[in-house]
Write a protein that binds this ligand. Structure first.
Ligand SMILES: NC(=O)c1ccc[n+]([C@@H]2O[C@H](COP(=O)([O-])OP(=O)(O)OC[C@H]3O[C@@H](n4cnc5c(N)ncnc54)[C@H](O)[C@@H]3O)[C@@H](O)[C@H]2O)c1
Length: 291
């Protein structure tokens, strides 16, 4: 997409973190911005910030886990700005964490609802119009966890592997159809955002009251502290990721990785598959930063 000026971008999870940075970057390039998010106070505040920066923006309260909410988003976006050119399916949560046997059905439902159903609903609500116009671009935010399955992140890993698979399928189908719609599969490593406070948006009906009220163990608290420190030291800025996404839309680039920190681990996994061996994973994705 050579010239973004005057075109429209819809960004899910656009009220904070990476989605907000995409809105600022694409808005700065002259696009009209529709941000969709479940966290309404943050949504209102981000729209005000974008407008103060001279960007034409609207916010649409949206729950990506519900198809009717995504269809209303598509309708509201078209009503506000006409045709839609870029769709960034980016809303996501860290979701339920812990050993597989400790996870509840609600942990899986919450994580799958936002991270996976959100992608499917985005494609259902927006792809037909993009294909009919034979132009535009879809960005799908996956993760390094779409290439490496670290322990205690089962639901998240499953949704991000699925996102990579959907993005690859979409790219292949569009190519076979001779379509001019572009696709980017964004696979961030560690980025400084609110992802580790995702529970703030967990719907009440998907809470496990007993788990939610249980005090966290000392071991869990210590692990969190280490994690916070590693993220502060090694996490990339959301603005840097937004620059990469802007360039990927402009140049129609499929894969976007935010660093090379996990390249060796991904290569080792591919080699293990070629050797028909089990993949050896470190206990945590933070292992790559061990001195
Ligand atoms: N931060 C990282 O290190 C990292 C790494 C890899 C991938 N990611 C992915 O990046 C994407 C953006 O996350 P982030 O890191 O900016 O976190 P974030 O928490 O700062 O932003 C996520 C946004 O999604 C919104 N959201 C949550 N549930 C929603 C729902 N049901 N409907 C609509 N919006 C909802 C939140 O309100 C929030 O604004 C996610 O898909 C995440 O999995 C993040």
């Amino acid at each position: 997409m050579e010239d973004m000026r005057g075109k429209t971008a819809v960004i899910t999870g656009g009220a904070s973190g990476m989605g907000k940075a995409f809105a600022q970057r694409l808005g700065g390039a002259g696009m009209k911005i529709v941000i969709a998010d479940i966290e309404e106070p943050a949504l209102v505040a981000t729209v005000a910030e974008l407008e103060a920066a001279g960007i034409e923006a609207v916010g649409v309260p949206t729950d990506v886990s519900k198809l009717e909410s995504m269809e209303s988003l598509a309708h509201a976006a078209k009503t506000a700005f006409g045709a839609i050119d870029v769709v960034a399916l980016n809303a996501g949560v860290g979701g339920g964490t812990g050993r597989l046997e400790t996870l509840s059905t609600k942990d899986w439902q919450w994580t799958f609802g936002v991270n996976l159903d959100g992608m499917v609903h985005g494609i259902q609500a927006f792809l037909p119009d993009l294909k009919a116009a034979d132009s535009g671009h879809i960005v799908m935010t996956a993760s390094i966890a779409g290439h490496l399955a670290y322990p205690s992140m089962g639901p998240y890993n499953a949704t991000k592997y699925a996102t990579v698979a959907i993005a690859e399928t979409l790219k292949a189908e569009l190519e076979h159809d001779g379509s001019n719609v572009g696709v980017t599969c964004l696979c961030p490593g560690l980025v400084l955002t609110g992802i580790f406070q995702s529970e703030r948006n967990r719907p009440e009906q998907l809470l496990d009251t007993d788990i939610a009220t249980e005090p966290i163990s000392e071991e869990h608290a210590a692990r969190r502290e280490v994690m916070a420190e590693v993220i502060l030291t090694h996490g990339k800025s959301a603005d840097m990721v937004a620059d990469l996404v802007h360039d990927a839309i402009r140049d129609n680039t499929f894969w976007v990785f935010t660093d090379e920190d996990f390249d060796q681990a991904i290569a080792d996994r591919h080699q293990a598959i070629r050797n028909r061996q089990a993949t050896t994973m470190t206990e945590s994705l933070l292992g790559v930063y061990d001195e």
